[in-house]
Design a protein around this ligand. Structure first.
Ligand SMILES: [Zn+2]
Length: 185
């Protein structure tokens, strides 16, 4: 299982790692990782089926899913569930199939949240996993580049960095990578 950083481009900061943390004097398990992007477009980090897209208000029944605000759940063929939460907008519907890199929403602060960020959670067989090794980043506060269209095309087509750098000398390279990615996915 490998996940891409779920931001379209720009730089992504881990603002709160996975694991035990103390907030306002209370220590509890943080079952996901909090990310903040310089670019707010959220993409699917993997291929899969959209299992849920929107809000789930369970306040009256004493549930806590409402805390996620608008969220998307992606279900992979190998049994992982990926949750992307606190979204400002959702661009997908339950039942749709998505590929890694498809736009699914925008980062926001809906639900129980004190500022714009993405709470990302990965579960298998009902247990939450540390998403950071799957994302290829460290489980600590820090910044990472999100995958660009060029990176996505090269990964899928098996192109080498040398080829990517050569194409990047072309003045309309960004536009070309975008079109290639749209044609490939
Ligand atoms: Zn969180």
């Amino acid at each position: 299982m490998k996940l891409n950083i779920p931001y379209k481009s720009g730089t992504v900061r881990v603002s709160s790692p996975y694991g035990m943390r103390t907030l306002n004097g209370t220590t509890a398990m943080h079952k996901g990782v909090d990310l903040v992007g310089t670019v707010k477009t959220i993409i699917s980090p993997c291929a899969g089926k959209i299992g849920w897209a929107g809000e789930y208000d369970d306040r009256l029944s004493g549930g806590r899913t409402w805390e996620w605000g608008k969220y998307v759940r992606i279900e992979t063929d190998d049994g992982y569930m990926v949750y992307l939460c606190h979204l400002a907008a959702v661009f997908c519907q339950a039942g749709m199939h998505v590929e890694a890199g498809d736009e699914i929403g925008t980062e926001g602060s809906t639900g129980y949240s004190t500022g714009n960020h993405l709470h990302m959670e990965v579960r298998k067989n009902g247990e939450s996993l540390d998403p950071t090794p799957l994302l290829g980043i460290a489980n600590r506060v820090g910044s990472y580049p999100a995958e660009s269209d060029a990176d996505r095309v090269c990964r899928k087509a098996g192109l080498e960095t040398q080829t990517k750098n050569y194409i990047n000398r072309y003045p309309y390279a960004a536009d070309l990578w975008r079109k290639l990615w749209e044609a490939m996915r």
